[in-house]
Each structure stands twice: as C-alpha cells, then as structure tokens.
Write a protein that binds this ligand. Structure first.
Ligand code: AQP
Length: 341
C-alpha cells in the first residue's frame, strides 16, 4: 500500500530505442491507458530518451523514434490533456535527482541487476557507465514525481525493487520520510511477452531478428506472416492452463491472444482447447490485426505532423517540471546543497 501522505500518482516510461513492440503495448502501454481512464491516479508517461542512449543510438533515428513513440502513446489512447506526456531529456530534474541517487545506490546492489548482465552480455567491460547506472536514473524518474505506482512488464520488477531500496536508504540516511516506497503494478495475461522465435527470450525492440517481434507499425500482412512462422510445438492446444507448462511457445501465443481479447487464459483455452496451431494461428493473426491496425493507422497519421508532436512533448515537459522542480528543490535542501533562490 502506498503511504497515505502521497498523492496517488502513476509514472512509467518507455525507451525510444527502436519501434514499439507488441510486448511494450501489452506489458505496459495498454495498462497505462486503463490507469488513465480509471481516473484514480494522476498519470505521467515519459519517453525515456536518456535511457535509450545508454546504448548507441543514431541521432536521427532517436529523434524519429521519440516522436513515433509519442504518436504510439496517443494512438493507443493516452490523452495528453488527461495525462502528462513528455520526453525525459526536456525535464533536467530527472538527471539531477539521478546524480543524488548514484550517490545513494550501492555498487553491490547495481551489480545484481540482471538486465545489465543480459544487455552487456560477455562484453561488460565495454558497456557504457550509463548502462550500469540506468536503474538509479530510473529511480529518479519515478521519485522525482513521488509516484506511488508504476505499471511495468515483469522484466522491470527488479529495477522497481531497487527504486524502493534507494528511497528507503535516502529516507533512512537523512532521517526523513520524503520519498514514497513505490508499488509496481504488474498485471494481466501478458506481463512477459516472449520472442516469436524463442519462447525463452523476451520480445524486444532491439532483437536482431525482426521476425521475433510484432512491431506496432507492422501491416496486416507482416503480422499474419510473423504469427504463421512463429515457433510452436506439434501438440494440439490444451483445454486448461496447466497444459501449457513446459510449452513456452504455446503459452506465449495463448497469453498474447488472451491479452489482446481482454479475456483470461482459462476462458481462451475453454474455447480453443483441442485445436491445432494451423487453426489457432490464423485466429490470433486476425485478432492482432483487428486490435493493432487502428493504432498503427493513427500513428502514421500523427507522424505527418512532427511539429504538433514536439508541441505536445514541450507542453507535457512544462507540466512535468511543475511537479518535479519543487520535489528536487526539497531533496537538495534535505541533502544540504545550497540553493540561492
Ligand atoms: N516482452 C515484453 N513483455 C512485456 N512487457 C514488456 N516491456 C518491454 N518488453 C516487454 C515493458 O515495456 C515497458 C518499456 O520497456 P522499455 O522500452 O523501457 O525497455 P525494455 O524493457 O528493455 O524493452 P525492450 O523492448 O526490450 O527494449 P530494448 O530492446 O531497447 O532493451 C516496460 O514497462 C517493460 O517492462
């Protein structure tokens, strides 16, 4: 439970490190929209461009990906009036609080982060310092708004635990209760959408194989072809969820279907149990096209006016700063940093 003194506030971000995938949509964005529409929270959503550059990004592609991600948020149902929508680098308080958190987080904590190990791989000595420090900046993204809840996919769970550790250590060291212990919100049938080529790997924007993911900009033909070629096993679908144990590829496709249809896995299996993949895959492709094509069409329309997207991001950044600047100022005071104004 969030501490009562904090305004119920949601913060979450997505990196413009490539095109949006079905994993980002089902694991994160769809929930962002629900939390906005429920109206119980103030909702703040961010294109975390400073996180994206922890690995090399071509500057022109980064600019385009940031605008396209903004278009994706709006096309998926985020209303820039009801939510605050902006890109991270336009609100310098993230990086400023991030530095304080670099000084709070411990090396031992950071070394345990599995995402760094996965992303840096065997070449960790050559990874950027930013990639290693990424979770401390993520803690700052969240805590600069005193966010109480963060909707994310399963892969971000460990980073959310670190955010709580950083808040708790700051509060303890400075004898304060300034930062909330933020709750992760990891819910739904598709909190971990897997690669279409390998059921043990998560679907990722930066997977070298485009066949491994569905991009939100894929057309109907590409979506159908990727689902048709998705790896599966030779068995028919089971009638109950327990029958998906040890069948990661089958489980992934059923989870995707359930999440797109807003149904439970059990309800889906009650209908499709006994079917072969040759029958189920076209059903999934039709559903995916049905749900995703209105979003991709709207994204393409919005991308025709990049100046309007930049205006939306600028306005969102102003609103974000109005919340983050006083929180950062108080954090500076708590730490003892002199402020003349
Ligand atoms: N496969 C996934 N299943 C469920 N949720 C996912 N998310 C990402 N992939 C999946 C969720 O999307 C949000 C934004 O993620 P991100 O872009 O900030 O970074 P990421 O998790 O590292 O995503 P990618 O696609 O794998 O990016 P790259 O390839 O650049 O590293 C998060 O809430 C995440 O949980």
């Amino acid at each position: 439970m969030a501490q009562p003194q904090f305004t119920p506030r949601v913060f979450s971000g997505i990196q413009p490190s490539g095109g949006l995938t079905l994993g980002n949509y089902l694991g994160a964005m769809k929930r962002f929209v629900t939390m906005q529409d429920e109206g119980s929270f103030e909702t703040i959503y961010c294109m975390v461009d400073l996180h994206a550059i922890t690995v090399w990004q071509d500057p022109g592609k980064l600019t385009r990906a940031t605008r396209e991600l903004c278009a994706g948020f709006i096309a998926a149902g985020i209303d820039p009036e009801r939510s605050i929508l902006f890109n991270q680098s336009q609100v310098p308080e993230h990086a400023q609080l991030g530095w304080i958190f670099n000084c709070v987080a411990r090396m031992g904590w950071m070394k345990r982060m599995t995402q760094f190990k996965d992303k840096a791989g065997k070449n960790a000595e050559n990874a950027s310092l930013g990639l290693f420090g990424y979770p401390a900046l993520m803690a700052a993204d969240i805590l600069a708004y005193h966010a109480t809840h963060v909707p994310v996919g399963e892969d971000q769970k460990q980073h959310l635990e670190l955010t709580r550790d950083i808040a708790a250590k700051f509060n303890h060291d400075y004898e304060t209760e300034f930062f909330p212990l933020t709750e992760p919100v990891i819910e739904g049938a598709a909190t971990r959408v897997m690669s279409l080529r390998d059921g043990s790997k998560k679907m990722s924007k930066s997977d070298p194989s485009d066949m491994a993911r569905i991009n939100m900009t894929d057309d109907a033909e590409a979506i159908a072809s990727k689902i048709r070629k998705a790896r599966t096993d030779p068995e028919a679908l089971p009638s109950e969820a327990a029958g998906l144990n040890d069948r990661p590829e089958a489980r992934n496709l059923v989870n995707i279907y359930a999440a797109l249809a807003d149904r439970t896995v059990d309800a889906v299996l009650a209908e499709v149990g006994g079917k072969q993949f040759s029958e189920f895959k076209p059903m999934l492709a039709d559903l995916a096209v049905d749900k995703l094509s209105p979003i991709s069409t709207e994204m393409a329309r919005l991308m025709q006016d990049p100046a309007e997207i930049d205006r939306i991001l600028g306005r969102g950044a102003e609103r974000a700063r109005a919340i983050a600047a006083p929180i950062l100022a108080q954090a500076y005071d708590i730490v003892g940093l002199v402020r003349s104004a």
